[in-house]
Write a protein that binds this ligand. Sequence first.
Ligand code: SF4
Length: 281
Amino acid sequence: MSKEVFLCAISNISSGSCAEDCGFCTQSSKHHADIQRYKYKDIKEIVKEAKVAKANGAVGFCLVTSGKGLDDKKLDFVCQSAIAVKKEVPQINLIACNGLASLEQLRTLKKAGVELYNHNLESSQNFYKTLCQTHSWEERYQTCLHVKESGLRLVCGGIFGLGESETDRASFIQSVKSLNPFTMPLNFFHPNPALPIKTKPMDEDEALKIIQQTRAELPNTRLMVAGGREITFKTKQNKIFDAGANAIVIGNYLTTSGAKPNKDIVMIKNAGYEIASFCNE
Ligand code: SF4
């Protein structure tokens, strides 16, 4: 396997106040978590963040909005943001992550310059019912199928450490595999006192095993360790690449802070890996 690690940065361009009840998410208004909330981030600020991401070596930049999905106003805002970023930072792959989406909405995003769409299955079909009651796993799967049909590249993964069983994990990985995503984000639960899920951060060796299991099932997918990396892997973050990960999120996450990008780059190089440069294959 290549010794290259892809870096991706995310921007929470519309944060919090979500009417859904996902038990792992601080952006649900049901949990009253202590997070920043704003309707729309200033587009100039989004472009600035994309420039910083590029300067930090990111090959991907993701425009994330909270909420179940897209309405016309939000779709237009994401498109305007995408157009502005692509104009100023053409050498970065643009990803959108805006919840459930119709085929038509995804085609509109593609026309605006979005190249990949991130929609996670989050967990197994069975376990997801215990995590969210306001929308279904099946709706999520359908959006992933729309992404494939739209011609956008699919980014689809989920979150571990919510109390799911080994069987749930195996079933979840098989479901993602059935969609053959370009990238699979692996998030690890970051506890927050406001959330109904009370599990502790996962043991680092157990988390490394999950990366190995996922890599064995999806040998050609870009495996990206995303939220919860620092709190889960602690001093073993350099082991995630030997376990099979070949991408990470750098900088801050949606509602939690990440490590300084230069610190991550040193960690990657010390582990014997190189930072991947932009390629539009
Ligand atoms: S739909 Fe998205 S933003 Fe809303 S609570 Fe669920 S995960 Fe969070």
